[in-house]
Design a binder for this molecule. Structure first.
Ligand SMILES: Nc1ncnc2c1ncn2[C@@H]1O[C@H](COP(=O)(O)OP(=O)(O)OP(=O)(O)O)[C@@H](O)[C@H]1O
Ligand SMILES: [Mg+2]
Length: 567
């Protein structure tokens, strides 16, 4: 092969011109332009996934807005097919509405919203979900998104909007006052390159799971074929309004200190620390004072990087009381039970809400687990029923990126055989996990997987082991019952054949032998039945002592019972 000539050195002049050329290419871009190019980071990729993610963004916003303002949510979702791989999504809520001043930013500016800057349990936290959908809609169809919003105390407004990606600002057109009154928000947007599927990761499954984790919400859905679904609320009260908490010193970084100090009302570093942080009493301030070299009476706005580093070093060395966990709002064992009983209808169910804990030193969190067995529990995969994992973060179903999520990883580390689940691939079991926190450590802006925080993994494992033990008692009992039944059937099936063969060999009376054999088997079975009844009583007793485990009588037994009563 002829050797390729390599140019060893550019001339000085050429190098300079290349550098100038590079300078000329230097440009600034907005966050909107960034996400326009990287929409996959928002989870907006894949034909089916995109449509589910859009529904997710709008529905979580509606639920957050309703709960924060004490309104029992009624949310209506419609998906219409407009053409090939072309759909329109409409979500209407009965929430507080959005002011004319903020509505453009809410749906037309990335990184804008009411949730990012606070430590409070909510579904949304970044301020990009709704505007991300507006941008995807305009990118794939060239069309604007439509919004109607009102507060029920005057005229509602309707408008159309797109985002100017260069400026990351909304462009509003057709702003009108409506004649009729309307309370809530309706958003309608079109998307091309998407596909509606009634699958594990489709919008219907997303809404079904949303209903399970939000028994106070009423959800209705019309799919593209016109089929309607209603998930009625099973609880008539909103969860207690989530509270905002201050950041805990142990979960704070140098960079956080520098950004918090800019907006603090504290006039000295000492008052800034005591006003703006959780668990920072006079003792804490004294401890920090002993450990830093600058004057704690200085204006916090003048703190520099090195001084903030000193504060963080001091925070690390001091023992603070763990962050307050009052702000957490779990679903609660009773509500989870009602939801799963009505939607999954299992034969056996055990539920557990663990006590709050703290991850990364500064973020309170709590884990809720339920294990459902039998009935409609599990996931159908052809002829088989597999273990189904339902992951939730702050009551939001997580349908994607399961392999990358701490919740799945914790479930996979459990040795299910210990709980009589020999193979999760063939078990009619649903495992429900809800992780709640004032800050969910998502692995990406698409918010579908939770990072492997050590404390989180451990808490989930403990909760799974606790609930697994109870489920195991029931499952083992059911297995033994089935095995015994099988044994009985086998005895009766083979007695005639065995007797026939034996009588032929021994030349004895076949019917006599059969009678004796049946007597013997009956005796043995009676003994076993007595043992079974004893075992059943033991299992019932163990599970009855536990407030959180429930056995739903199988349908056949129920029917028999009613018939007997009717006699
Ligand atoms: N249906 C609604 N009712 C009332 N306010 C809403 C509604 N939808 C959106 N908003 C407002 O618009 C803001 C922006 O919504 P967006 O979904 O972009 O961000 P977010 O919910 O704050 O965070 P995330 O990006 O994690 O979803 C919200 O913070 C909220 O203040
Ligand atoms: Mg949102």
């Amino acid at each position: 092969m002829p050797e390729k000539k390599v140019k060893e050195k550019d001339t000085e002049e050429e190098l300079l011109s290349a550098a100038k050329n590079l300078d000329g290419q230097f440009k600034e871009h907005s966050v909107a332009e960034f996400f326009k190019k990287n929409k996959q980071m928002l989870g907006l990729y894949g034909k089916v996934r995109t449509l589910t993610m859009v529904v997710h963004e709008y529905v979580t916003n509606s639920l957050d807005a309703c709960e924060e303002t004490g309104i029992l949510p009624n949310i209506d979702v419609k998906i219409d097919e407009l053409g090939e791989e072309y759909y329109e999504v409409t979500v209407t809520d009965n929430g507080p509405g959005i002011s004319q001043e903020n509505v453009g930013k809410a749906f037309g500016k990335l990184l804008a919203g009411t949730k990012f800057h606070r430590m409070m349990q909510s579904r949304g936290q970044q301020g990009i979900g709704a505007a991300g959908c507006t941008m995807l809609s305009q990118m794939t169809t060239g069309k604007a998104s439509k919004v109607i919003t009102g507060r029920g105390n005057g005229k509602a407004i309707s408008l159309e909007l797109t985002i100017d990606p260069k400026m990351n600002e909304p462009k509003i057109t057709n702003l009108k006052e409506l004649e009729k009154e309307f309370k809530g928000t309706a958003i309608q947007a079109k998307f091309k390159g998407t596909l509606y599927r009634d699958s594990d990761q489709g919008p219907l499954e997303y809404l079904r799971r949303t209903a399970i984790a939000n028994p106070h919400a009423q959800l209705s859905f019309r799919d593209p074929s016109g089929q309607k679904f209603i998930f009625k609320r099973s609880h008539n009260q909103n969860p207690e309004r989530p509270e905002e908490i201050k950041p805990h010193p142990k979960g704070t970084t140098v960079d956080d200190i520098l950004s918090y100090c800019k907006t603090s009302k504290g006039r000295t570093v000492a008052t800034f620390l005591s006003n703006d942080f959780d668990r920072m009493g006079a003792k804490g301030i004294d401890e920090v004072k002993k450990r830093v070299r600058f004057d704690m009476n200085k204006d916090p706005k003048t703190l520099n990087w090195e001084e903030s580093e000193e504060i963080i070093k001091a925070f690390k060395a001091i023992d603070f009381i763990a962050p307050s966990t009052d702000a957490l709002r779990p679903i609660g064992e009773d509500q989870i039970r009602k939801s799963l009983q009505s939607i999954v209808q299992p034969e056996f169910l055990t539920v557990l809400t663990r006590k709050p804990a703290v991850y990364a030193g500064g973020y309170p969190f709590q884990v809720e687990i339920a294990i459902a067995y039998g009935g409609n529990a599990g996931k159908k995969a052809g002829e088989q029923t597999q273990m189904e994992i339902m992951r939730f973060a702050n009551r939001v179903p997580l349908l994607f990126d399961a392999g990358n999520c701490a919740l799945t990883k914790a479930i996979q580390t459990i040795d299910w055989k210990r709980y009589d689940i020999k193979d999760p691939e063939t078990a009619p079991v649903t495992v429900f996990v809800n992780f709640i926190s004032v800050h969910i450590p998502y692995t990406g802006a698409g918010k579908q997987a939770i990072a492997d925080e050590e404390e989180v993994l451990e808490e989930i494992r403990l909760a799974l082991m606790q609930t697994g033990r109870k489920a195991g008692i029931y499952i083992a009992h059911k297995r033994r019952e089935a095995e015994n039944q099988q044994k009985r059937e086998m005895f009766y099936k083979y007695i005639p054949e065995i007797c026939k063969a034996f009588s032929a060999i021994t030349k004895s009376n076949e019917s006599e032998m059969r009678k004796n054999m049946e007597k013997l088997v009956l005796q043995k079975l009676k003994l076993e039945e007595a043992k079974d009844a004893e075992e059943k009583a033991r299992v019932d007793k163990v599970l009855k002592e536990d407030d959180n485990s429930f056995i739903t009588k199988p349908k056949a037994e129920k029917a028999k019972e009613t018939k007997e009563k009717g006699k």
